[in-house]
Design a protein around this ligand. Structure first.
Ligand SMILES: *Cc1c(COP(=O)(O)O)cnc(C)c1O
Length: 375
């Protein structure tokens, strides 16, 4: 019996060849390929500017710094997210304040955010969780009058759609991940997108030690360039090897999303008979890329969530618990009021395998485990 992974990146000879070309060119650090990937990515998500970085975590950190978040500030985030969403707030010296989420989408709403806004709120960091678009327009109607910027953790959401436009279009700032657990991968990597040229320029400087000229530009210059270091920056650079892979992956994005939507529809068909099973779906305001296919077991499901995971493991299927909740982990424990929806979703949900090359047979094997336990 072969093992079914929870995710397998869709990589092929084209990516291998692109990476090899970067290596053969002799320039493997941040250079022309990074620039080309930034331009192609910005165009794809409908942003004026894209700044490639080493991870989404780095992009999130920069977006908070550019918004002026620092010690003494609070940033509203969902607890129901990968822990990086909360960690980046701490990286700036500010404190994350957790808001609950909508049970259908797993995302923040104006209602859940409103209850935790306070005089120290400096930003709201909305997550398009597992690719399901957050209704950012609704959050902006709440936050704009208070001059609180709404930033976007779009780690999972490349190819998702909000009100007919790509997630990222019109975003103040959005942070993206190219980790292999997401759709489009460069091994590790991230991107910060924005329409604001000044923010983008400062992000470019901060990712490269605060230098006022990039190493690539200095190399290309025919005259003497003596760089200055204008502020304390970071090494958040992406390499040209990663960007070469990213360019190939970006051209495959539409195919990735359509394949996932086919797989998701098929899961829905296969699992329709399980009474009370909630399956992730498009929200009324947009379309998900199905980065993850998560399901929530009903309270009266005959097996506990972890027993379902164990049964999957025995059947050679790699599943994951559903989305984690940061407030239940040691760095953030004991600081929270009530997050009933978050706690129910994290306890009762699981992520079923979806990946581009998944076969009908493999999907059948996954569904069979759930169906057998439901009886
Ligand atoms: C994966 C993920 C991140 C972190 O992305 P990296 O590129 O690994 O830093 C942040 N937020 C969310 C919601 C994620 O799913």
């Amino acid at each position: 019996m072969t093992t079914i992974p929870v995710m397998r990146p869709w990589l092929g000879d084209e990516e291998a060849e692109a990476a090899a070309q970067a290596v053969r060119s002799g320039w493997i650090a941040q250079g022309a390929r990074v620039r080309a990937f930034e331009q192609a990515f910005a165009e794809r998500v409908g942003a004026a500017e894209a700044v490639a970085v080493s991870s989404c975590t780095a992009a999130l950190h920069l977006s908070l710094l550019l918004s002026g978040v620092g010690p003494g500030d609070e940033v509203v985030v969902p607890s129901l997210s990968f822990i990086a969403t909360a960690n980046v707030v701490r990286h700036t010296g500010a404190e994350p304040v957790f808001a609950d989420v909508d049970p259908e989408t797993g995302n923040l709403t104006a209602k859940t955010v409103e209850t935790v806004l306070g005089p120290r709120t400096r930003a709201v960091l909305a997550v398009h969780q597992a690719g399901v678009p957050t209704d950012v327009e609704e959050l902006r109607r709440l936050c704009d009058p208070l001059a609180v910027p709404v930033l976007e953790d779009a780690a999972c959401a490349v190819g998702s759609v909000l009100r007919g436009r790509a997630v990222g279009a019109g975003a103040l700032m959005a942070a993206w991940s190219f980790h292999p657990r997401k759709l489009l991968t460069t091994g590790e990597g991230g991107m910060l997108t924005t329409d604001d040229a000044a923010w983008a320029a400062r992000a470019r400087r901060l990712r490269e030690h605060g230098m006022d000229v990039s190493a690539a530009d200095r190399h290309d210059s025919r005259s003497l360039v003596l760089e200055r270091y204008l502020e304390v920056g970071f090494n958040y650079r992406m390499t040209d090897v990663q960007a070469a892979i990213g360019l190939v992956q970006l051209a495959k994005l539409d195919a990735m999303v359509s394949r996932r939507r086919v797989l998701a529809a098929r899961y829905r068909d296969l699992l329709r008979e399980v009474p009370g099973l909630h399956m992730v779906d498009d929200p009324p305001h947009g379309r998900t890329n199905y980065q993850s296919f998560w399901v929530v077991l009903p309270d009266d499901f005959p097996a506990a969530r972890d027993d379902v995971l164990r049964a999957m493991l025995e059947a050679g299927i790699s599943c994951r618990r559903g989305i984690m909740a940061a407030h239940l982990e040691p760095p953030y424990a004991g600081r929270v009021a009530e997050l009933p929806v978050t706690e129910r979703l994290t306890a009762q949900s699981l992520v079923l395998p979806v990946f581009h090359t998944m076969t009908e047979d493999e999907q059948g094997r996954v569904a069979a485990v759930v169906l057998a336990l439901a009886r």
